[in-house]
Design a protein around this ligand. Structure first.
Ligand SMILES: Cc1cc2nc3c(=O)[nH]c(=O)nc-3n(C[C@H](O)[C@H](O)[C@H](O)COP(=O)(O)O)c2cc1C
Length: 340
């Protein structure tokens, strides 16, 4: 039974071309039964199934959707809003879920007896309501168009495009994934536009700004977050500096466990991290020297970029951190030894 079901689930595809012969009532009945046997929350059975198989009904259906595929029959799976189970903690209702399980049972039963279906969501709900006189409290969820598949019916290409198990399935906990992207030269503009915004604030207008981190090094893959250092003559800076950065949409995270730095993040359409540090202090000088070394040594930039590939594979994050630390130390050794 297990193997048979997996085979059915894998082989079934959305049929969008049908033979122009009616589906026998006893076959339709089996599909309906599968919908009636489906589990529903608290067994409240809020599903309401409208069978559309008359020529008049099928004509009306064409006014409601372009995805009718000239099918000789259809079933509209709705739920009655008054009969759903409601989760008391957040008021979430089971209707859409119940109706979806019902519809899933139906399309799989149909496939098992040789009837092709397509689950259609692309319909005009108001038109469906009017054409088929839906009671006000019925919500239409799934339109299942169905019939015998035409001899030349074929699945669309996306039928066999399955995401990998690594992307979809997790064991015991979800792993963090990182959005590492190829170098994008618009990051430089994003940095400049952001500085234009920051320097409009009076307490920031005279400060020094630098674009640092991976997004500042051409050719290096990076998380699309622009790192900015803001140099202040006196650390910690005035309350006004902090206030003005917050005013530009940043969240103030204080030192965030790094001493002698104040850390701000902005997560909006574009992402920025602002680090306020002592101008021309050791952290300031190191950040700039690291960036400039990689810009002037593309082979090192490439090595750094390759290390970022580890971040994409979430189970290699520890490995990534170690490689990154070793790499940074190696670059600082080069810088400190004065090697060009
Ligand atoms: C909730 C839902 C809504 C869908 N709506 C439509 C639709 O409006 N029109 C359509 O042609 N196919 C629709 N489909 C079918 C999907 O496009 C199809 O299942 C998917 O591309 C996978 O292909 P397969 O069914 O051949 O495996 C829908 C499927 C689901 C589950």
């Amino acid at each position: 039974m297990g193997e048979d079901f997996l085979k059915l689930a894998k082989d079934r595809y959305s049929v969008r071309k049908f033979e122009q012969r009616a589906v026998e009532p006893e076959i339709l009945e089996k599909i309906i039964k599968a919908g009636m046997f489906a589990p529903t929350a608290c067994n409240k059975q809020p599903q309401r199934i409208l069978v559309i198989d008359s020529s008049d009904g099928l004509q009306k259906l064409k006014l409601c959707t372009k995805c009718h595929f000239d099918a000789p029959a259809a079933m509209l799976v709705c739920y009655d809003k008054n009969e759903c189970w409601v989760r008391k903690y957040d008021g979430k209702t089971s209707g859409e879920i119940d109706a979806s399980i019902v519809a899933t049972h139906m399309i799989l039963e149909a496939a098992s007896i040789g009837i092709g279906t397509t689950w259609v969501m692309h319909f005009k709900p108001q038109e469906i309501r009017e054409q088929f006189q839906l009671p006000e409290d019925y919500e239409p969820v799934a339109l299942l168009v169905m019939g015998y598949p035409a001899s030349d019916a074929e699945p669309y290409a996306q039928h066999s495009e399955f995401k990998s198990e690594r992307e979809l399935v997790f064991h015991n906990r979800f792993k963090k994934t990182y959005n590492v992207q190829a170098y994008d030269d618009t990051w430089k503009n994003d940095y400049e536009n952001e500085i234009d915004t920051l320097i409009k604030k009076s307490s920031l207008s005279e400060l020094a700004f630098e674009h640092i981190g991976s997004t500042a090094i051409p050719g290096v893959k990076a998380k699309p977050i622009i790192d900015i250092i803001v140099g202040v003559k006196v650390f910690p800076p005035s309350a006004e500096v902090i206030h003005d950065i917050e005013e530009c949409g940043y969240i103030y995270l204080r030192e965030a466990s790094v001493p002698d730095r104040l850390y701000f993040v902005k997560r909006a359409e574009k992402n920025f991290n602002v680090n306020v540090i002592l101008y021309q202090g050791s952290v300031w000088e190191q950040d700039i020297a690291f960036r400039d070394y990689l810009i002037s040594h593309p082979d090192y930039a490439q090595e750094y970029s390759k290390i970022k590939d580890r971040l994409v594979k979430s189970d290699e994050v520890l490995e990534y951190s170690k490689l990154k630390t070793d790499f940074i130390l190696k670059v600082y050794d080069k810088i400190n030894s004065g090697e060009a």
